[in-house]
Ligand binder design. Structure first.
Ligand code: ADE
Length: 238
């Protein structure tokens, strides 16, 4: 995958040099290029200006972004504008982006964008219902969540198919050695070696956690007969 990032602060992206994303770059599975659009600004390098019609704050001007985009080699990319008014990012969205060959992120740092910038954009994306100081942290979060889903980025041994959200449910509790840690013991079923019982226990725990913490995820979730029965049990218990 090729990722191009338009930003005034390329140095903020140091986290992408480390851990799994850093290794994906080392392995040649991912190439990231930074483009400081201040270098493309005409008019004494101003990237922002006051809004027509008045109002508070400064807006990102269209010219530096357009000129910067023209210099980037584009192979049918998704062009993502980070904006709190965009579509909310989630795991399904990350899975969709992981299929793409090229992603371009446009990170703003002002009160907003000149609306004409949006003619360059395929996706306006928000990380959540809060306002960040800029799009950089949102872009990094999206890149992290997306890149780990590219085949071969995470080894087979560390599959992500059981992750919270990838099945539509939150992940079940997990334990590792020792069996007894400060008086807290691992549930017996996990020590039993009985694969079917372990599967049932994990599914039950996933459903219970989702029911308690994120009941919204169960709305529209296609329950199997087994899951419906488990959910009835969970409802009774609570
Ligand atoms: N820029 C500022 N706030 C943001 C948010 N919540 N998501 C994406 N980009 C942003």
């Amino acid at each position: 995958m090729k990722i191009d990032i338009l930003t005034l602060f390329p140095e903020m992206f140091a986290p992408l040099e480390h851990s799994i994303v850093g290794k994906a770059r080392d392995k040649g599975l991912l190439e990231i290029s930074y483009h400081n659009f201040r270098d493309h600004a005409e008019k004494a390098r101003h990237v922002d200006d006051e809004p027509y019609g008045g109002g508070q704050g400064m807006l990102l001007r269209a010219q530096p972004i357009f000129d910067c985009m023209e210099q980037i080699e584009q192979k049918n990319p998704r062009v993502i504008l980070l904006d709190p008014a965009g579509r909310t990012f989630n795991q399904t969205y990350a899975e969709e982006l992981a299929q793409e060959e090229q992603l371009i992120f446009i990170c703003g740092h002002y009160e907003g964008y000149d609306e004409r910038i949006k003619s360059l954009v395929t996706d306006e994306v928000s990380l959540g219902d809060y306002v960040l100081t800029g799009g950089e942290l949102a872009a990094m979060t999206m890149i992290d969540a997306t890149v780990r889903l590219i085949p071969e980025v995470i080894g087979k041994e560390a599959s992500h198919t059981d992750d919270s959200f990838s099945s539509g449910l939150l992940e079940y509790p997990q334990y590792t050695r020792p069996y007894d840690f400060r008086g807290m013991q691992v549930p017996e079923v996990l020590m039993s070696g009985h694969h079917e019982k372990i599967r049932q226990w994990r599914l039950y725990q996933s459903l219970k956690k989702t029911y308690q913490r994120r009941p919204d995820l169960l709305v529209g979730y296609p329950l199997t007969v087994e899951e419906s029965q488990m959910l009835e049990q969970i409802e009774k218990e609570s």
